[in-house]
Design a protein around this ligand. Structure first.
Ligand code: MTE
Length: 451
């Protein structure tokens, strides 16, 4: 292979676009199937470039020139589509493969399931609204906002019922925050379970939320500050989703939100009203919010006393562990992708902390022996995604890529064995260990655990 014709940075996308139910049951089967498919599709693209037989070479500049440059395409000579052909814009037809996806077999019915965000295909820190992960306990609804009501009651002097119009007249704020389901990465507590970052880490998204600070509503109703200690949020769906929120958190940065990324919330994400509790696990971000109660003790509802608790190695449960600790993951190169060439790659990923800002992210390409500090791209916001990037020249040998984040409290993301020492292997929630992606000599990237 001649250096002047070398083209670097090419990779085959992860196979999630082709995931079918049976494949998901066996990541190994899926990996083999993908390898077979990727070899044939790599061969096909090489053949198309006239490079059959050289799996790593790029297209040489031929004397005939590139027909994509020489022949004027119709889009350069004809009239394009009119404005408002799509009154509400949609992504390019060539980006159809990038979708949030359900992990087949994870739950018995799709109404009580998760659709994961394709982190491997998003840029920057904002998750497009249509790719924001969804987690419902009993299906989602598109609720008529003119009939939706929010009741605020309990330890307040003036209990009130608000219409959406009432709420949207109040002073509002817009803030960028991540939301992560406490069960994100849950499948990986025992061992490697899923092949791609979409399924290992895709129960997290980051959006700009707009709404009324919860403190404003509580003040508006005359909260009894002498007695009040907790606030309860209740959803209007059939799941009886109710969660206790400590008062200091409710008065700090919690929002009763109706906007997401510049538009009204999407129905799947709680339209027309949801709670935003920055830094806290997703289950407390009650969707289709219809009631807020102020009280002086925890309610111990089913979704905090029986579910969303941490089973510890001694058999006891931890309850009310809401904060999502510092976590990061390399989104590209990541599991299921295949690197086609040696040379330069931009390692890119996301880091977040439920306690504040990301201070630093270190990246290793040798399974944690050596670390280099990555570039944090601005903005670096509190309780929001931070995008990190670092240069890497792949020499074609085996490599293990890892990222390790630190937040401004000094907390450092743990290794999986450090986490297991404290939490055991039978937990579900709050798995924030360092993620490892193995790059094989073939260029194939897979999910591994490094202790
Ligand atoms: N609120 C109601 N009313 N019903 C639900 O099923 N799911 C919770 C939370 N709020 C849920 C809910 C869970 S477990 C999570 S992780 C987040 O919503 C997911 O929010 P999203 O679907 O907008 O990503």
């Amino acid at each position: 292979m001649q250096s002047e014709v070398k083209k670097s940075g090419r990779l085959i996308k992860a196979p999630e676009n082709f995931l079918v139910k049976d494949d998901a049951k066996s990541p190994e089967l899926m990996r083999r199937k993908f390898l077979a498919a990727s070899v044939s599709s790599a061969a096909a693209s090489m053949a198309a470039l006239g490079l059959a037989g050289s799996a790593r070479a790029a297209a040489p500049v031929s004397g005939d020139g590139d027909p994509n440059i020489l022949n004027l395409p119709t889009h350069s000579t004809g009239l394009g589509q009119p404005v408002a052909a799509n009154p509400y814009g949609v992504p390019s037809q060539y980006e159809k493969g990038l979708q949030r996806r359900e992990s087949p077999g994870l739950t018995r019915v799709s109404a009580a399931s998760v659709a994961f965000t394709p982190l491997q295909g998003t840029f920057g820190i904002i998750t497009p609204s249509g790719l924001h992960f969804e987690r419902h306990h009993q299906g989602w609804w598109d609720i008529d906002p003119s009939k939706h009501r929010l009741m605020v009651m309990g330890l307040v002097r003036n209990p009130k019922v608000y219409t959406m119009d009432d709420i949207m007249r109040l002073p509002s704020v817009s803030r960028i925050h991540f939301i992560e389901c406490g069960a994100n990465t849950a499948m990986e507590w025992g061992n490697v379970a899923v092949p791609t970052v979409q399924y290992s880490h895709g129960m997290v998204s980051c959006s700009e939320f707009t709404g009324v600070p919860l403190s404003v509503l509580l003040e508006d109703c005359g909260i009894d500050m002498k007695k009040a200690k907790y606030v309860l949020g209740e959803g209007a769906d059939g799941s009886s989703m109710t969660r206790t929120i400590p008062l200091d958190r409710a008065l700090d940065d919690a929002i009763v939100a109706y906007g997401m990324n510049g538009e009204m919330l999407r129905p799947e994400n709680g339209y027309p009203l949801r709670l935003v509790i920055p830094g806290v696990q997703g289950v407390s971000w009650v969707k289709w919010l219809r009631r807020i109660e102020v009280g002086d003790q925890k309610w111990a509802t089913k979704d905090e006393a029986v579910h969303y608790i941490d089973l510890m190695p001694d058999g006891l449960h931890r309850q009310y562990t809401g904060i999502q600790e510092t976590k990061s993951v390399i989104t590209t190169p990541s599991g299921g992708q295949t690197l086609l060439d040696k040379g330069f790659y931009n390692i890119s990923g996301l880091a977040w902390s439920g306690r504040g800002k990301i201070k630093r992210v270190d990246v290793s390409v040798d399974g944690g022996r050596n670390w280099r500090t990555a570039r944090l791209e601005t903005p670096v916001l509190s309780k929001a995604f931070t995008r990190f990037n670092i240069d890497w020249v792949w020499n074609g040998g085996p490599a293990i890529l890892q990222s390790r984040a630190q937040d401004d409290t000094g907390y450092v993301q743990p290794k999986i064995n450090q986490l297991r020492e404290v939490r055991g292997t039978r937990s579900i929630y709050h798995q924030n260990a360092i993620q490892s992606w193995k790059v094989a000599e073939s260029g194939e990237v897979s999910n591994v655990q490094v202790y």
